[in-house]
Design a protein around this ligand. Structure first.
Ligand code: UTP
Length: 289
């Protein structure tokens, strides 16, 4: 079955990027001139996703506004003959069928994904974490979708991370399958140093079968007292195994301050309008460091 649906959880409190995230969703933080979540939606669309559910909460209405038509703005751009920007702005509201639902209490990523149950129905679907931007020629979620189509098993997008990071993320028990694919038989969220299964961690993308909802409904709250998606995926990995894809593309963590700055600098250097000028600026600046 072709995977056409994706869920973007964007209802977290973003406590690691306070104070900006008090009134501005971290998923809307700019990467040069686009909010982070736009890159994520564009990645999903490039991978053939047609229907996207964004999980939001109070104070995140501007995400909805961003993907809506702005009739007044479009008229002004038209009157000014600014066709290039007009096209870009119009395209934003017709990227995909985008739906929104609120997670009424911030009870964890697993709890947020559970809110997508009726949207997803009985199909496999992609999950793209709203604060993980992945830039590459081959959309990361598309790489996972291909693995799902080949194996018919849940798929996690992974990369090797440092010991320090693995203790803040998740750790997976993996054995090689082929190329950049591995079989996953177990996983743990936020392991202590003695419980690290490998240095492969799930970074922002997965493709899941609809059975995940039943599993989530029967999963106890885990790390941080929250319903963890990793705990539900652990059940999936232990019962029917999963596949891990060491995806190509560079991942930026918009959930922490350094990640936001790294993403901005690197994307600004590649930007068609300002890339060259920014590079010159950085060269000058680094002389003083
Ligand atoms: P994170 O754990 O990185 O987000 O979740 P957070 O809870 O906002 O982070 P901190 O620790 O407080 O800074 C990964 C993704 O899952 C979403 C977040 O918005 C983020 O995009 N999420 C997390 C939800 O949608 N609901 C939740 O209850 C928790």
């Amino acid at each position: 079955m072709k995977i056409k649906k994706a869920v973007i959880p964007a209802a977290g409190l973003g406590t690691r990027v306070l104070p900006i995230s008090k009134s501005m969703p971290k998923e809307m933080l700019p990467l040069v001139d686009k909010p982070a979540i736009q890159y994520i939606v564009e990645e999903a669309v490039a991978a053939g996703i047609t229907d996207i559910l964004i999980i939001t909460n109070r104070g995140k209405d501007i995400i909805e506004d961003h993907f809506d038509h702005s009739v007044e703005l479009e008229q002004v751009l038209k009157n000014r003959g600014n066709d290039k920007t007009l096209k870009e702005i119009e395209a934003l509201s017709s990227l995909a069928n985008i739906y929104f639902i609120r997670q009424k209490e911030t009870k964890g990523l697993g709890h947020a994904v559970l809110a997508a149950k009726s949207f997803v129905g009985n199909e496999p679907f992609g999950v793209l974490y709203g604060d993980d931007v992945i830039i590459g020629d081959d959309p990361a979620i598309g790489q996972l979708i291909r693995a799902y189509e080949e194996y018919g098993l849940g798929v996690a997008g992974v990369k090797k991370v440092s010991t320090e990071d693995i203790m803040r993320y998740s750790s997976l028990a993996v054995t090689p399958l082929k190329d950049n694919l591995m079989k996953v038989t177990d996983m743990i969220e936020k392991p202590s140093i003695d419980n690290i299964l490998s240095h492969y961690s799930i970074l922002g993308r997965c493709v899941l079968p609809p059975q995940i909802f039943d599993i989530l409904e029967h999963t106890e709250n885990g790390a941080g007292g929250e319903l963890q998606l990793t705990d539900a995926m652990k059940t999936l990995a232990r019962t029917e195994t999963m596949v891990a894809v060491d995806f190509t593309g560079k991942r930026y963590d918009m959930g922490n301050k350094l990640g936001i700055l790294q993403a901005n600098v690197e994307l600004a250097l590649k930007h068609t309008e300002i890339g060259e000028a920014f590079k010159q600026y950085l060269k000058e600046l680094t002389k003083e460091l």
